[in-house]
Write a protein that binds this ligand. Structure first.
Ligand code: NAD
Length: 451
C-alpha cells in the first residue's frame, strides 16, 4: 500500500501560504478549469465512449455541459458568496456586531465513481476550488480512460500542491483514507460510504457522502400517462440506467398500470431503436461483474418488454419487468442498470408505508395531476430530493442543493450548495470597547469599579 503522506503534506503547506484563499486566484482557477474542459471536449467524449460507449449527446448533456454550466454559475456568484456576512445580534450582545466569515477547510479528498466519471470528479472540485481549498481527486478505476484523461488535464494545468489526481482502486482509496484531510467528499455506493465515514471518524474529518439506493417512481391514477411514460423512459434508460437518481422501480396505481405499461413501451421504442444491441448504440454496463449481476435479474416469467443482452459488448437492452413483488431479488438493492420493475398499489397509505419501511431514497418521483396527492407523498416520505411530473432534472439546477438523507447520503452540493459544502462558517462577535455592560458580571458593583 502506497503512502500519500508526502503529497498531503505538500498540499497542506501550499494551503497555509494562503494563495488559494484569494478571490482572484479562485476565479482564475475556475476559468482555467472551464477552458480545459472546452478545449478537450472531443477527447472527453472519446474517453466516455471508450469507457462506457456513451454517445456524444449524453456525454455533453450529463457531463460536459453540466460542468460548464456549474462553473459559469459559480463564477457569477462567487464574489457575493465569499463576502463576510453581517447577521443580527440580540439585546444580550448589545454594542457588538456579529459576522460570519466563510473560510476553506484546507486539504480535501474527492473520491468519485464510474457512472458519470468526468462530471462526478469535477463537480465537487468546482466547489472545493470556489471555497479556496486544495484537492486530491481519486477517480474510479472502472473507467480508466476517462480517469487518465482527468489526471492528464489536471497535471497539465495545476500544480500538484494545489490539485492533483491519484489513480487507483480500493487499495489506493484506503491508503488515502489513512491520511488526515480537512474534508472528504465521497460519491459512490452505500456500502463504501460506510467505510468512508468510519475512516473519517478516526480523525473527525467532516464528510459529504453522495450515495445511492432504490429511488421509487410513483405513477398515480390521475397522471398524464403518455407524458409520464416518456419522461420516465428517458430518466431510467439514460446511461443505461447507471444513474444514482434513475427511477429504480415504478410504483403504479393498479387502475392505470396496464395502460401506463403500453405507453412506456411506446416511449422506449421512440427513444431507442428495437435493435439497439445490434447497432451498439446504447451505453454499456461498466464491467463484467455488474453485467452478470444485472442479467441475473432477468428471469423469463417477469420480462414484460426487452430482456435481451449481449455479453461481448456488455449491453442490456431497455427492459421492463412486470408482476414483480417485494420478495423478488431485483427489489432488494439498487438496480443501477436498464431494468425497470413495475409494482402496483391500490391504497395510498399502504404505498407510503411500504416506501417508508425501507431506507430513505436518494430520489423520488411523483406523477400525478392532483396537488393533494403530491403533497401527501411529499409529506409522508423522507427522501433526498426529486421531481413532480419529471425525473432526474432536479439535479441539474444549481439552485437546488442535491444530496441524500439517511442511507442515501449526508450533505448536499451543486450551485451555492457546493461552495457551502467546502466552506467552514467562522462566526465572529466583534465587541465594542466604548462601554462595558455590567449586567454580564456576577458582581456588578465590582465590575463597574474596575472600569
Ligand atoms: P463504489 O462505492 O464501488 O466506488 C466509488 C469509489 O470508491 C471508487 O473510486 C472506488 O475506487 C472507491 N472504493 C470502492 N470500494 C472502496 C473501499 N472498500 N474503500 C475505499 N474506497 C473504495 O461505487 P461505484 O460502483 O463506483 O458507483 C455506483 C454507486 O454510486 C451507486 O450506488 C450509485 O447510486 C452511487 N452514486 C451516487 C451518486 C450521488 O450523487 N448520490 C452519483 C453517482 C453514483
Amino acid at each position: 500500500m502506497e503512502n500519500y503522506n508526502e503529497i498531503v503534506k505538500k498540499q497542506r503547506e501550499f494551503f497555509l501560504e494562503g494563495k488559494t484563499k484569494s478571490l482572484a486566484y479562485r476565479m482564475q482557477a475556475l476559468r482555467l478549469l472551464r477552458e480545459i474542459i472546452k478545449l478537450n471536449e472531443k477527447s472527453l467524449m472519446d474517453a466516455l465512449k471508450e469507457d462506457l460507449n456513451k454517445n456524444p449527446f449524453e456525454s455533453y448533456m450529463s457531463e460536459i455541459g453540466m460542468l460548464l454550466g456549474e462553473i459559469s454559475f459559480t463564477l457569477k456568484h462567487l464574489k457575493k458568496w465569499s463576502e463576510p456576512r453581517r447577521v443580527k445580534a440580540t439585546m444580550a450582545q448589545f454594542g457588538s456586531k456579529s459576522v460570519i466569515y466563510p473560510e476553506p477547510y484546507g486539504v480535501t479528498l474527492i473520491i468519485s465513481p464510474w457512472n458519470y466519471p468526468f462530471q462526478l470528479a469535477f463537480a465537487p472540485l468546482i466547489g472545493a476550488i470556489a471555497a479556496g481549498n486544495c484537492s486530491i481527486i481519486k477517480p474510479s478505476e472502472l473507467t480508466p480512460i476517462t480517469a487518465k484523461l482527468i489526471g492528464d488535464l489536471i497535471s497539465q494545468s495545476f500544480p500538484e500542491e494545489y490539485i492533483t489526481v491519484i489513480q487507483g482502486g480500493v487499495e489506493t482509496s484506503q491508503a488515502l483514507l489513512k491520511e488526515k484531510f480537512d474534508y472528504i467528499f465521497f460519491t459512490g455506493s452505500v456500502a463504501v460510504g460506510k467505510v468512508i465515514m468510519e475512516a473519517a471518524a478516526k480523525t473527525l474529518t467532516p464528510v459529504t457522502l453522495e450515495l445511492g439506493g432504490k429511488s421509487p417512481c410513483i405513477v398515480h391514477k390521475d397522471a398524464n400517462l403518455p407524458l409520464a411514460a416518456k419522461r420516465i423512459a428517458w430518466g431510467k434508460f439514460i446511461n443505461a440506467g447507471q444513474t444514482c437518481v434513475a427511477p429504480d422501480y415504478i410504483y403504479a396505481h393498479s387502475e392505470v398500470k396496464e395502460e401506463f405499461l403500453q405507453y412506456l413501451i411506446q416511449s422506449i421504442k421512440a427513444l431507442y431503436s428495437e435493435d439497439v444491441l445490434l447497432k451498439g448504440e446504447f451505453t454499456r454496463i461498466v464491467s463484467k461483474k455488474h453485467f452478470e449481476r444485472l442479467t441475473g435479474f432477468l428471469s423469463e416469467d417477469k420480462i414484460h418488454y426487452g430482456g435481451r443482452y449481449e455479453s461481448s459488448s456488455l449491453m442490456i437492452e431497455p427492459t421492463i419487468l412486470d408482476n414483480v413483488t417485494w420478495d423478488d431479488f431485483v427489489m432488494k438493492d439498487e438496480i443501477f442498470g436498464p431494468i425497470l420493475p413495475v409494482l402496483s398499489y391500490e391504497d395510498t397509505s399502504n404505498m407510503i408505508n411500504t416506501i417508508t419501511e425501507r431506507p430513505k431514497p436518494l430520489a423520488l418521483y411523483i406523477f400525478s395531476e392532483n396537488k393533494a396527492f403530491q403533497n401527501r407523498v411529499l409529506d409522508g416520505i423522507s427522501f433526498g430530493g426529486g421531481c413532480i411530473n419529471d425525473t432526474i432534472f432536479h439535479l441539474s439546477s444549481p439552485y437546488l442543493p442535491f444530496g441524500g438523507v439517511g442511507e442515501s447520503g449526508v450533505g448536499a452540493y451543486h450551485g451555492k450548495g457546493s461552495f457551502d459544502t467546502f466552506t467552514h462558517e467562522k462566526s465572529i462577535l466583534k465587541q465594542t470597547t466604548r462601554f462595558d455592560l455590567p449586567l454580564r458580571y456576577p458582581n456588578r458593583k465590582n465590575a463597574l469599579e474596575t472600569l
